[in-house]
Design a binder for this molecule. Structure first.
Ligand SMILES: [Zn+2]
Ligand SMILES: [Zn+2]
Length: 194
């Protein structure tokens, strides 16, 4: 985890995005990935992942909050995977359905940034709106290509490609080396056969 943070800090210098936008996208990718992996299934797991990422207002999240959060994730994944014009519509739908009301805030030592809903709104809606606002910025910049899925078909995890030339195909070095090893083995097997 510490290593990941260091890499992100280095790479973001060259990107035209504020750090909290990158954090929002990485947070929602982690939520979707861990939900798919079966690691998120309770109020306690929702509270824990929000605490881990510093997403505020989840400390009293209930079972109903957790269920409502999981229910938003298919829509989030469609925004992540979608084609630009479709994603614009999906983002607007999230704004409509949650009654999003963006306002600039500055708190707890942070600089001015957008909150999509007032404090005290349901955590599930705040998570969905935060994701929709971050993805809206990528729609505007025509940079949705950065929202990727791992090129290892056995993995399929979501990751944010922060590389300069948008070339990061794998979610992790583990998947990259596993794929490289598999490619090497199949080449080697072909050599043996010929
Ligand atoms: Zn804030
Ligand atoms: Zn992967």
């Amino acid at each position: 985890m510490a290593l990941t943070v260091v890499i992100v800090a280095e790479v973001t210098v060259s990107l035209p995005y504020p750090r909290e936008l990158i954090r929002s996208l990485e947070f929602i990718a982690d939520v979707c990935n861990r939900r798919r992996a079966g690691e998120l299934d309770s109020a306690a797991s929702l509270r824990a992942i929000c605490a881990e990422w510093g997403f505020p207002g989840a400390s009293s999240a209930t079972r109903a909050d957790a269920e409502a959060t999981w229910a938003h994730l298919p829509a989030v994944e469609r925004m992540w995977d979608g084609e630009r014009d479709a994603v614009a519509g999906l983002v607007n739908r999230v704004f409509d359905e949650t009654g999003a009301r963006p306002h600039l805030v500055r708190h707890d030592g942070s600089d001015w940034h957008l909150h999509g809903l007032p404090a005290g709104s349901p955590i599930a809606d705040r998570i969905a709106v935060d994701a929709a606002m971050a993805i809206a910025d990528l729609v505007r910049a025509d940079d949705l290509e950065r929202c990727r899925r791992c090129a290892d078909s056995r993995c399929d995890r979501m990751h944010l490609d922060l590389s300069r030339n948008r070339s990061r195909r794998f979610c992790s070095t583990t998947c990259q080396s596993r794929t490289n090893v598999a490619a090497f083995r199949s080449r080697h097997a072909a050599d043996v056969r010929t």
